[in-house]
Design a protein around this ligand. Structure first.
Ligand code: MOS
Length: 761
């Protein structure tokens, strides 16, 4: 199904099942411990052996020698895989560093060996008997030191340009009566999902590889696995039906998957590999740290005239930048503007996507800057944001060129014409106003440090939220059986987000059956390829794919039952197919056998004609202990405008989960770099702290009524990552409001509060 014109009225608009706060249909499996997570899959293939991953003990250099004898002789050992014995390997499209290192080492804890044994304990024991001598080389591990070597990156992952400029920023900034010029820093962060990366691999006699793993993007993984092993794509089957969190850390093929396959080949037995928690931060990917300079010039009446956002990050050679400036291109008005991404090379583990890559750290900085300039102007920060709202894309003020393909057009005009000027929907102002009202913003005192409750200093903060909506092809298959049950199959994943439930709701709505009559099967590369779970695109695109398949199935049903499939009053509801003149039970259609249909949603250029974004507002109230400096988040509220909300319950869970992660970014989360050795020191959950439920007593999420006909037939948009975008800045701004101490370097730990002038008394 091609989606290239705005959606009109369609069966989803009935909202009998879609839009309702249905409980997760996979909930019982999870609460009874029977959902099959990768490491727990003892039953899918017999005779599993265990692999233990050995990570490099240096960050850069070479393996000088490797003595495997003692390990080979250890009890239970079946095979040892190293770069020497693995055979020729290619590299996945989406991997920056090799997943099996040696003799060159590209980063600390890059896998250098897999020891396979009868039991996990035997594999671990033998792994410690490997004698590896390294020849370390000098590496670059310090972002601050690398900053001056940064260059304009060739690729941004998202395909967005690295630099943009409109008008004359420098001139307009210089002439602005009120100016802000500050630099902010965000930390290296680790996804820290509950379920570590884990895989079971089995080869059959025909060279077919089956993988049971934990991965967000089935098709990417199958493709990159085939490429890495240099085998045909159709020889790889990937299954990942349940995933204990991903946050971007499981978007790509990782070492557990590759090494399980190599281990199974070497041991001639199925092999299970889990990454230990301590291996994850350095062996896998992380959110890159950033240095961000923001300059804002404003008129005394509060209007922004000039805004610039520059960001520096670093990655391994061949990697990409953290795209922290993207939201600044679209969020606030201002005639003169520039943004720039700068990328340095360093030799820390590879950076990559983590929950709302780009916008999460970008808004963490921008929204403190907005708080600071509002204060300079003496304008309430909610009012300042409303004053600087824009209904046209501020980064593309030129009118669209009528003939964008004309060769006569100047290059700049062509660029502008190819980019959208208008938002499909933009309700930032309503998010701010609704949130201010519901949060009790008028009780906030603008003078920092002026509210005290006993020994607590109390403060409130606000931040805007912004995240783009991405349209990606997504396919599904649906079947109606003789009993009237509907089965949905797609390789879409559920990473704890509620995919199973919203896909079942979509099929139930389309086919006119109750939710309990739908079975959803996910995460299998033998199913039609979906959009997968990433970049908050999963919900809208995967349900739209099911919508497309159900549209085909409805045609088959109509044909079997003798209805005109194109009749405008044809309806599927309450187990019946009906028009004004006739009705028939749905089940009658499968009297002679089940019906099956497969289709994909494919998009035209609606995302080029309209800027499709989601908007929100975050509010936070914090208390800071006047004697100890301890910061506690008391309340958080997010107001979101993100298209149709397919299930308010699962959407709320996404938002409050993301807000919690925002608190982590604001107050706790940081992978600390040992700039001498070149690794993340705090590589476990004892040293890398993340907030838990008990840390934040009150959290709430409000969804504005919005349907976006430009996004898909579902009229939904991504919502999951909007919850972290701006959440950290709202907390940081609340800490400032409570204490009068401005910290521009995340996380806002006690040492930084004291260094910046927090007087503990
Ligand atoms: Mo998200 S960081 O694309 O899983």
């Amino acid at each position: 199904m091609k989606f290239d014109e705005p959606a009109g009225t369609n069966p989803i608009d009935q909202l009998k099942v879609v839009g309702r706060p249905a409980d997760r249909i996979d909930g019982p499996l999870k609460t009874t411990g029977t959902a099959p997570y990768a490491h727990d899959r003892h039953d899918v293939v017999q005779n599993q052996a265990y692999g233990y991953v050995v990570g490099a003990a240096i960050a850069k250099g070479r393996i000088a020698s490797m003595n495997l004898e003692a390990a080979r002789a250890a009890p239970g050992v079946l095979a040892i895989v190293t770069a020497d014995s693995a055979g020729r390997l290619d590299q996945g499209e989406r991997n920056t560093a090799r997943l099996l290192g040696g003799p060159e080492i590209q980063h600390y804890h890059q896998a250098v060996a897999l020891v396979v044994a009868e039991t996990f304990e035997q594999a671990r024991d033998a792994a410690h008997r490997l004698k590896i001598r390294y020849a370390p080389a000098k590496g670059r591990f310090d972002l601050e030191a690398a900053r001056d070597t940064a260059t304009i990156p060739e690729k941004t992952g998202s395909g967005d340009p690295a630099e943009t400029a409109v008008g004359d920023f420098e001139g307009a900034f210089r002439d602005s009566p009120v100016q802000l010029d500050q630099t902010y820093r965000t930390a290296y962060e680790s996804h820290s999902m509950m379920e570590p990366h884990a895989s079971v691999a089995a080869w059959d006699a025909d060279g077919q590889l089956t993988l049971w793993t934990s991965n967000q993007m089935i098709a990417w993984t199958a493709q990159d696995m085939a490429k890495t092993l240099r085998i045909p794509r159709d020889k790889v089957r990937v299954m990942s039906p349940y995933i204990g969190g991903g946050f971007g850390g499981k978007l790509f093929l990782r070492a557990d998957v590759l090494l399980a396959a190599l281990g199974a080949r070497a041991a001639k037995r199925p092999v299970k590999v889990s990454l230990t928690r301590a291996l994850m931060p350095n062996n896998t990917t992380h959110r890159p740290a950033t240095i961000q300079r923001i300059r804002i010039g404003a008129q005394r009446d509060g209007h922004i005239t000039a805004i610039a956002h520059e960001s520096w990050s670093a990655d391994l050679p061949g990697g990409g930048p953290e795209t922290a400036v993207l939201q600044t291109r679209a969020l606030y008005a201002g005639a003169h503007r520039m943004t720039a991404l700068r990328l340095a090379e360093h030799d820390l583990p590879e950076g990559n996507a983590m929950r709302a890559p780009g916008e999460a750290p970008g808004l963490a900085a921008l929204e403190i800057a907005i708080d600071e300039i509002s204060e300079k102007l003496g304008i309430d920060p909610v009012a300042f944001r409303i004053l600087n709202d824009t209904q046209v894309v501020p980064d593309n003020p030129a009118p669209p060129d009528p003939d964008k393909n004309s060769d006569q057009t100047a290059p700049e005009a062509r660029l502008d014409a190819g980019r959208p000027r208008r938002f499909s929907q933009r309700q930032l102002v309503r998010c701010l106003e609704t949130g201010a009202e519901r949060f009790g913003w008028k009780r906030r005192r603008s003078k920092p440090g002026s509210v005290r409750a006993g020994h607590w200093l109390v403060g409130m903060g606000v931040a805007a939220a912004f995240r783009n909506n991405l349209l990606t092809k997504s396919a599904a298959r649906v079947r109606l059986d003789r009993r009237g049950r509907v089965t949905v199959e797609t390789d879409m994943t559920d990473i704890g987000t509620g995919s199973y439930t919203i896909l079942a709701q979509t099929a139930a709505e389309m086919m006119g059956v109750p939710l309990s009559q739908v079975d959803v099967r996910l995460g299998d590369s033998s199913f039609p390829a979906s959009c997968g779970s990433g970049g908050q695109w999963g919900g809208n695109n995967s349900t739209a794919g099911v919508y497309a398949a159900c549209t085909q199935l409805r045609r088959l049903v109509a044909a079997r039952l003798g209805f005109d499939a194109d009749a405008s009053d044809l309806a599927f509801s309450d187990g019946e197919v009906r028009t004004a003149s006739r009705s028939a039970p749905l089940m009658l259609a499968t009297r002679d056998g089940p019906l099956e249909a497969e289709d994909a949603i494919e998009y035209g250029d609606l995302d080029e004609r309209f800027q499709q974004s989601t908007f929100g507002a975050h509010f936070a109230e914090v208390r800071v202990d006047a004697y100890t400096g301890e910061v506690r988040v008391q309340r958080q509220l997010a107001v979101c405008a993100a298209g149709r909300i397919l299930n308010p319950k699962t959407a709320r869970s996404q938002i409050i989960g993301a807000m919690t992660m925002g608190v982590g970014a604001a107050l706790m989360e940081s992978l600390h770099v040992d700039t001498g050795v070149g690794f993340f020191v705090n590589h476990d959950l004892a040293g890398y702290e993340i907030p838990v439920h008990a840390d934040i007593p009150h959290q709430d999420a409000i969804f504005l009524d919005e349907v976006d006909p430009m996004s898909s037939p579902m009229k939904a948009k991504g919502v999951a990552e909007l919850g972290i975008c701006g959440a950290a800045a709202a907390v940081a701004n609340a800490v400032y409001n409570a204490t009068g101490v401005r910290v521009r370097h995340y996380p806002l730990t006690l040492d930084k509060l004291v260094q910046n002038g927090l007087a503990i008394a």
